[in-house]
Design a protein around this ligand. Sequence first.
Ligand code: IVH
Length: 678
Amino acid sequence: MTVPPHIHERHQQLTEDLLQHDYQYYVLADPLISDEEYDRRMRDLQDLEEAYPELRTPNSPTQRVGGTVTKDFPTVRHDVPMLSLSNTYAEDEVREFHRRMVQELGTESVEYHVELKLDGVALAVRYRNGEFERAATRGDGMHGDDISANVRTIRSIPLKLRSEASPPPELEARGEVLMFKEDFAHLNSMREEQGEKLFANPRNSTAGTLKLQDSSIVAQRNLRAYMYSLVGSGPDIETQADALAYLQSCGFPVNPHRRVCERIDDVIAFWQEWDEKRDSLPYEIDGVVVKLNKLSEQNELGSIARSPRWAIAFKFRARREQTVLKDILFQVGRMGTVTPVAVLEPVLLAGSTISRATLHNEDFIRDLDLRVGDTVMIEKGGDVIPKVTDVLLEARPANSPPFSFISHCPECGTALVRPEGESAWFCENVECPAQVRGRIEHFASRNAMDIEGLGEAVIDVLVHEGLIQSYADLYTLASRRDALEELERFGSRSVENLLSSIERSKTQPLERVIHALGIHYVGQSVSRLLAEEFRSIEGLASAGREELMRIDGIGPRIADSVLRFFTDHHTRSLVTRIVDAGVTHAMEDPTTERIPFFDGRTFVLTGTLASLSREEARARIEAAGGKVAGSVSKKTDVVVAGASAGSKLEKARTLGITIIDEDEFHSHLSEHIHGTNS
Ligand code: IVH
């Protein structure tokens, strides 16, 4: 089938348009259209390519979403080897480096280009006639892996170079791929929920992601990149600063924090400045890189072994401190996991006082041969929690006994078990007070039933006084008002508040209820999947293994855990009790309960809503038949304005768009409830 000219033209238009918007968003950080509008145009392009597959080229923006599955990454040769940097942590050595430069170049006036040392994974990307051709890892410096399909999904990497820059027929740029700290934390919390192994830091998760065989998973991980070198030379490019400006004009992302320094003191000041400011960046850096700015001087010095002689990495000192391990405590989690915790002599580390650190499990303690009384090193990297990294054996007190893990639960005395293949010890007594408290705490927590006023301390008292033994007992507390009011520090006012927040929790959406139950491996996102699929607790409780496993994102481990939960007599009876107490057990069906006010209209949310999160508000609007857009335009029908709404509200006023507040929003939503129930 030949492609009609007008389709060709439309395809080309959409392609350029989407590439431009990737550039606006990811390189310039200045999006011009909403995410919804972007998705719409992307879908248009996908539809065109569906109808005319010959339009689908490897560099079409549709390839950003991935789909290619690579079995083994082909090895490619780097025509110009990818070097590494010699590095130092000491100011003296940086001054020594400067003296060497002065001596070898025979001039006092040496100019440096100083950049951030990005803590990610090195990448080489090649373009032919302005089009993305190939991307490769560093490998051993001479040969790397061809990871083109994965790199195409990184939105800041151009698929076509900007023609204004008149790129040469062949161009290779090198840089660093990274994962933002926020995306890393999100990824790890998802993995934790799914019971998968966690990544140690953003660099490891970047490396792991780039080596995935399925590029559509890579696409979801939101990798970023900054380019820091241009291979070869170009017209009017005499310095590293020129090269970066040129890369930027081609459409590459280039890190904005860089400086040309004419004095070594300025180089050191840049290093100091960023050592202090590094936590304010959304990604991790581990130092600065000092390079000779003039390319002619770089060439003159060349390289030895695998590092250039014209550059040095000036790294930040790890945030390490020495302290004493005073004791090892054991915490029992709601699932019965026993976690050892280090009690440390308080010490100031990167701005905060540290007196506790997790010791993970028995093997961790054994591998370090950690003993109470030991002098230990603790370390903090980025925004990660502190960890014990070393023991100073020379400071160990004489005759200190090796540490042995406890054999019985510190809370209930039950003998602990360590199942084969697991690193943790468990207390298997489901009635263990620590587990009971932990399950109730989880049930009431912010991301679950969100019961205000029911924190750790209150739960401790209620369990201790025998007023509650499980989360189901919370819904019988209203009949124990007198007993509650007699408790120390519980006035009638606080009892009233507590009981009404328990009452309010009954209307939490199904996905929160499922999360609150505390089923092993079922966290927030799995709960959402289950709620969407089964639409009621009864539906979920009667689901079979096959039915569970049919859901994308649910494997045998989660399915078995759900089945175990609902076949266990004890947990099942708790569920029956909360349902009988009136906890929501159904979900509104978005396809059948449209509300005229919302149906087919486009909404924009702005400001903070007191009663709902953005996500919940969006879900309600969508369930009622509406759409939610990210920004206000002429196509917006209604703006829902919460507290401290800003520029979107202004814009809506200018455009004369209907604006409603939170109360009006709720009354429109309930119009529907009355409508369907009457
Ligand atoms: S230049 C020939 N600049 O650090 C020098 N590298 O061992 C090539 N890195 O593998 C590197 N930020 O992955 C350079 N601004 C930067 C960098 C940087 C991070 C990485 C790079 C390299 C390693 C050095």
